[in-house]
Unconditional design. Sequence first.
Length: 512
Amino acid sequence: MKLFRYISGLFCWAIVALGLTSCLGSNDSETVVTNHYNCIITAFSLEDNSSVCSGLSNYSFTIDNYGLSDDSIHALYPDDGIIFNPDSLPYGAIADSVKISVSFASPDSAYLNLYGLDGTLGQYAQFSSDSAFYFASYPDARMTLVARGGNRKTYHIKVNVHKVVGDTIVWHDYTDELWADMNITDQRTDTLGKTLYWFVEEDGQSDKVSTSLLSENSPTEWQPMANVVVSDGELLDLATLYNWHNRLYAIGKTQGKLLTSADGHNWEVACNDYTFAAILGNQYRTKDVYGRWNQDSLNVIVKVGDAYHFAVSANATDWNVNHQIPENFPVTGFTRPIWTAARSDYGNLTSRLYITGGLTASGEYVSSTWSCDGWSDNVKGSNWVEFAQDELPGIYGASVIEYTLDSDYPKTFWLLHPGFTASGNVPTHRLFGKYYTTLYYSEDSGVSWHRLSRYYTQYADNTQIGEVACNSAFFDPQSYRMYFFGGRRADGSFKTSVWGGQLNSLTFDKLR
């Protein structure tokens, strides 16, 4: 008797299970309970057609049995399902003459009706895997499955296509000249928190600063310029401006003191024990040669007598002066220092610093990238390695952005906007009959730089920007926008406008 009850229970559970079926594609986990499981589509794809786009069959389609993925369709057809490709076909694809593959249970019949935007029925056919359908010409496509008992289920099929070219960088000039009435003799932009500080030197006699909030909107609204106050009346060497530990640091232009500010407006002396020549960036907390953790430190160059030395400090007050710098190491005009975190999986056991270009103490133009991984002879901040360049000329005042081509691999595509060359020119090149300010890129953290137009022609069209160098560059990871502030024209005058670019594909929702 107990055995009979056990077998009967299993039989009942089997009957219930037949009423359960998946209602979404393989990428989803939703389950729907229905008595009409033989009207449910379980898989949908397009067959390859190179005239539409390459790899057409690789585009995944989601099957939404409840129709909740599109409010406008669901409002008109609350009982219908929706089939769509969340990763859109590339810009320019025309999904006509396309064959489809569909999997479903066991309907009595399946029909595919295609309507034009005006509601006119353009194509009507009983579904066959050999039939070609015209989704672009008739964008309102509906597949209806009819069961033997008369029950039916309709799906609206949406073949999404990108409306803009994904693989291109769109460049914009966001503002006109902001302070055209000022005689600007130097400028630099940096951040404190979410605030941008735009510093200018006017007439070579006074420093001023304006602020703007850095947000998802382009920073085009700036406060009126205000005076910068330094405790000993010193001018800032704006090329040395650097953000460290939520304070701004810069070197005094005439006396070489290290100056600091918590608000960008009021500056005080952080250290006057040495003659400071350059700020090399932050060496983040890392292990020494004995495996012990050390504090992060600010790396600089100081001048002792007639020689330049590396120096480090954990508080910007007490300094350890180390080895003399190499003869071909830049002391000014290099790119804003970039740091990368330790990556043990890549063999990088310490964080690293990178700078590119600049001028040596003897006035030679540098094209090399220099990198520091922290330690040499157990002395922190002195292990700098040179990476010579083949394509990049010697440059002064270049700027680098750690850009992104794929959101899964952030900050792996570095873009370099050039400074001036030894001839005093802004590097330009000719492409399609037009002259462009030359951009360079690196996919190995600046170890090697290549001309962007040579390998990524679709990104290199920045003709509307004009010939300008020595700007301040920043990347907004929220909007994937890169910004370039100000800069210097080939005739030596300063530009006070904001321009930048954004890779279109980074604005698309990515299929996960």
